[in-house]
Design a protein around this ligand. Structure first.
Ligand code: FAD
Length: 494
C-alpha cells in the first residue's frame, strides 16, 4: 500500500493509545529492552488500568503462563485464597434457589462439560471458520460464507440443549460476558474458538462466576502500582480520547477529540477492536482489517463495584458472601474480610442508579447494613467484544494490542492482555530499534498451541450429549409412540 509522505518529524518513538493492562505491559516491555526510547501513553479515562480497575482482586488460572511470569518479573505476589473455617456458610445464588435448583445445576454442569469435551477441535487462530477449515481450501469466497452460516447461533444451541428457562438465561448471560455479544448474535463455532483459547468454558466460569478457592488471586491495586512505578519516567495522559489516526510513510499522527496532535514513529493501539472501529483512519484501513467491523457491535456496559464495611455482615447472616443473580446478571464476593466487590452487566441507562440497585440487591440476603458501606466505588465501562480473528499482524507502523482484539491465548482475560502487550512491544521495537530485538523475543511472540485440554474418546463425547433436555424429549417421544401403538392395535375380540 502506498502511504502519503508527511512533512513533520515525529516527536515520539512510540505512542501507546490505551492504558489498560495490555498498553501498560507494552510500555514496560519496551522500556525493559531500550530505556532511552521516548514513549507516551494516552487514555480516555480518568485513571489508568482500563478493565483491570483500581480496586479489588483478579483471579489467575494456571493456564495464564505469560501473566504469571510477568507478575514474577514485577514482583507482584499471587495469593492462595483461604476458606472461612469453623462455621457453616453458604453462597447466595439464583441457581441454588427453588425446587428445580438441583436438575438445573445438573444440566448446566453437563452442558459445560459437553462443550469442554468438544473444545479441542477449535482454535482461535482459525477463528471463525474453524469447523469447516478442511473444506475451505476447495471452495471459493462466497461459499465460505454460506458454509459458515450453517453454524447455529449460541442462542439456538443453548435452547436445543438446556431444558429450564433459568439455565438458558444463565448460559446466555455467560456467553455475553465472555464475548461481549448477545447469544443470538454469536455463532457456536465462534464462541467455541473463544473459549478454547482460554482453556475451556469451565475455566472462564471459574474466573468470572464460581471463583473457587483453588485459584490464585492478585490485588489490582498492587499490580497497577507496580506497573506505574516501572513507568514513572514516561508521561501518561488521562482524559484524552483518540479519534483519528493518520498513517504517513515515516511516522504516524494521532489526533484526539480536542484537536491535540501527537506524532510517533510507531503507534500501538492497545484497544478493544470495537473501539478501533470507531477511529477514523487516513488512508483507509486495508481490507484485511476492515472485515472485522462487518457486524455492528452492541453497546453492553459492565459496572465493577467495590465496598468496604466495618464487618463482614454476610457472615452474620450465614453466607460466604458469594452472590449471583441472573436478571440483571450480577456477581459479588468477599475478597478480604469486610471488603466486598463484584460486577453487574447492564445496558445504557437500564438500571437508573447503579449504586442503589447494587446495594438493594445485596441488602436482600445480607441485611440492611449492606446499604451503608464505609466506602463505595464503582467504575462503568463497555464490555469488550471478541468476535473477529485475533489481529496479530500490524498495519506497518500501526500495531494492535488488547486482550479482546489481539490475544491468541487467554483472550479477554489478563493473560491475553499481557500476551498481546508483549507482542505489540516487540513489533514496535522492530519498527523503531530493530537491533535490540532478539530471536528469543521473536520466538516468544509466535502463536503457540492453544488448548491443552484432555482428549476424550468418541463414546464419552457421545454420552456427554445426554442431558435433561434430550432425555425428556426422547422419553416423551417414546412414551407417545407407545401410547399411539396401544390405541392403534387393540387386540380383536375373540
Ligand atoms: C469484572 C471483570 C472481572 C474480570 N476478572 C478477571 C479475572 O479474574 N481474571 C482474568 O484473567 N481476567 C479477568 N478480567 C479480564 C481482564 O481484566 C481484561 O481482559 C484485561 O484487563 C483487559 O485489558 P486490555 O488492556 O486488553 O483492555 P482494557 O482494559 O479495556 O484497556 C483499554 C483501554 O483503552 C482506553 N481507550 C479505549 N478507547 C480509547 C480511545 N479512543 N482513546 C484513548 N483511550 C481509549 C480505555 O479507557 C482503556 O483504559 C475481568 C474483567 C472484568 C471486566
Amino acid at each position: 500500500m502506498d502511504l502519503p509522505f508527511g512533512n513533520e518529524s515525529p516527536d515520539l518513538d512510540v505512542l501507546i493509545v490505551g492504558a489498560g493492562l495490555s498498553g501498560l505491559t507494552s510500555a514496560v516491555k519496551i522500556l525493559d529492552k531500550e530505556n532511552s526510547l521516548n514513549l507516551k501513553i494516552l487514555d480516555e479515562c480518568e485513571a489508568p488500568g482500563g478493565q483491570l480497575g483500581t480496586q479489588g482482586i483478579r483471579l489467575v488460572s494456571e493456564g495464564q503462563k505469560e501473566l504469571i511470569s510477568f507478575l514474577n518479573q514485577l514482583n507482584v505476589p499471587l495469593r492462595q485464597r483461604t476458606e472461612s473455617e469453623g462455621i457453616y456458610l453458604r453462597p447466595y445464588r439464583d441457581l441454588d434457589r427453588g425446587f428445580l435448583a438441583a436438575p438445573m445445576k445438573f444440566e448446566l454442569r453437563r452442558y459445560v462439560n459437553m462443550l469442554d469435551m468438544r473444545m479441542k477441535k477449535f482454535s482461535s487462530l482459525r477463528f471463525p471458520l474453524v469447523k469447516l477449515h478442511k473444506y475451505l481450501n476447495e471452495v471459493n469466497h462466497c461459499e465460505r460464507f454460506r458454509l459458515r452460516d450453517r453454524s447455529v447461533t449460541m442462542e439456538r444451541h443453548i435452547c436445543s440443549h438446556l431444558l429450564f428457562q433459568q439455565s438458558r438465561q444463565f448460559m446466555s448471560k455467560v456467553v455475553q460476558l465472555c464475548s461481549g455479544w448477545p447469544a443470538k448474535k454469536i455463532k457456536y463455532d465462534e464462541f467455541m474458538c473463544l473459549c478454547s483459547c482460554c482453556g475451556g468454558l469451565g475455566v472462564i466460569l471459574d474466573l468470572y462466576y464460581d471463583m473457587p478457592k483453588s485459584l490464585l488471586d492478585l490485588s489490582c491495586k498492587q499490580l497497577l502500582d507496580s506497573l506505574l512505578d516501572k513507568l514513572k519516567s514516561i508521561s501518561i495522559a488521562q482524559n484524552v480520547t483518540v479519534v483519528k489516526v493518520n498513517h504517513f510513510k515515516d511516522y504516524v499522527e494521532v489526533v484526539d477529540d480536542s484537536g491535540g496532535r501527537y506524532t510517533a514513529q510507531a503507534v500501538i493501539l492497545a484497544l478493544p477492536w470495537d473501539r478501533v472501529s470507531e477511529l477514523e483512519f487516513y488512508p483507509a484501513l486495508p481490507k484485511q482489517f476492515q472485515t472485522q467491523f462487518e457486524r455492528k457491535t452492541p453497546r453492553i456496559l459492565l459496572t465493577q463495584f467495590y465496598m468496604r464495611y466495618s464487618r463482614s455482615f454476610w457472615i452474620y447472616h450465614g453466607y460466604t458472601g458469594d452472590f449471583s443473580t441472573i436478571e440483571p446478571f450480577m456477581v459479588g464476593f468477599e475478597h478480604m474480610p469486610s471488603e466486598y466487590s463484584g460486577y453487574i452487566v447492564h445496558a445504557d441507562g437500564e438500571l437508573g442508579n447503579v449504586q442503589e440497585t447494587v446495594l438493594d440487591m445485596l441488602a436482600e440476603p445480607f441485611g440492611e447494613e449492606m446499604r451503608s458501606p464505609l466506602e463505595y466505588n464503582h467504575q462503568t465501562m463497555r464490555l469488550n467484544t471478541s468476535l473477529s480473528k485475533p489481529q496479530t499482524k500490524p498495519w506497518l507502523r500501526v500495531i494492535w494490542a488488547g486482550s479482546s482484539s489481539v490475544a491468541t491465548k487467554n483472550r479477554n482475560l489478563m493473560g491475553g492482555a499481557v500476551e498481546s502487550g508483549i507482542r505489540a512491544a516487540v513489533n514496535a521495537l522492530y519498527v523503531v530499534r530493530p537491533q535490540v530485538v532478539s530471536w528469543r523475543d521473536l520466538s516468544d511472540i509466535q502463536d503457540k498451541k492453544l488448548y491443552d485440554g484432555v482428549s476424550h474418546n468418541h463414546f464419552s463425547t457421545l454420552l456427554s450429549r445426554l442431558n435433561v433436555y434430550n432425555f425428556t424429549f426422547y422419553s416423551v417421544f417414546i412414551i407417545g409412540i407407545i401410547v399411539l401403538l396401544n390405541f392403534g392395535y387393540r387386540p380383536s375380540a375373540g
